[in-house]
Design a protein. Structure first.
Length: 231
């Protein structure tokens, strides 16, 4: 359905409607911001973590998790040392994990093509559809290109010779040229595919909203509401 990149994702998450997954991601982040209790935050966070592991997203969590954990520890220490209480500092640190997990839930199981089809079928403005699609495609490509540029620079220049001016010419300038080139390619592709025209656009297949999507959304809301009410 969504290509080999999502082959390891469990069908119960992969086949969920893309807009439902986006709404769920937003609701998770709103829950994190609106819930002051660290106990309620930690309880739902562990449930969310278990769900992501069950859905086959453990591999996508493993790589960035140490960096997210380090950032959360820094937020906790700074918040606690500079006038905040322990519960407030803990809640602020836990919200870093919510941002990471909710982002992984959507991006790790949603194909940009499927997401665009769902937005097109919902008849959202084409500027919004294109903006979201570019965000999903543009940032990962730039990240991959920047990694290649850094690796190439590291192979050509020794550590003792890495002056600021040389790093500017060897890394920043190629990255800026690549970013402009990629922007031109995206603009040309959009024009070739007729984005922004008034003509009715066709779609490869319909993305239907079913009872399972409604059940998933309501079940998530019930779990959130129950945990926040009890804790």
């Amino acid at each position: 359905m969504q290509g080999s990149a999502f082959a390891g994702v469990a069908p119960f998450l992969r086949e969920l409607h893309p807009i439902v997954k986006l709404i769920t991601t937003i609701l998770i982040f709103i829950y994190a911001l609106a819930t002051p209790s660290p106990t309620a935050l930690l309880l739902y966070l562990f449930l969310l973590w278990g769900f992501l592991l069950l859905a086959g997203l453990g591999g996508q969590l493993r790589g960035p998790l140490p960096y997210v954990s380090a950032a959360a520890v820094i937020v906790f220490v700074v918040g606690w040392l500079f006038g905040g209480t322990f519960p407030m500092a803990l809640a602020a640190a836990v919200r870093f994990f919510y941002l990471f997990f909710s982002f992984t839930l959507f991006v790790g199981s949603t194909s940009p093509n499927e997401f665009l089809r769902a937005l097109h079928q919902a008849r959202l403005p084409w500027m919004l559809r294109v903006g979201l699609l570019i965000t999903m495609r543009f940032i990962p490509v730039l990240k991959e290109d920047m990694t290649k540029i850094i690796q190439s620079f590291s192979l050509r220049v020794d550590k003792g010779q890495r002056r600021l001016g040389l790093m500017y010419r060897g890394m920043l300038v190629p990255f800026l040229f690549r970013m402009m080139s990629l922007s031109d390619q995206i603009a040309m592709n959009l024009q070739m595919r007729g984005f922004g025209t008034k003509r009715q656009q066709t779609r490869y297949r319909d993305v239907s909203f079913g009872s399972y999507d409604l059940f998933f959304l309501l079940a998530n809301l019930v779990v959130m509401g129950t945990i926040r009410w009890r804790f």
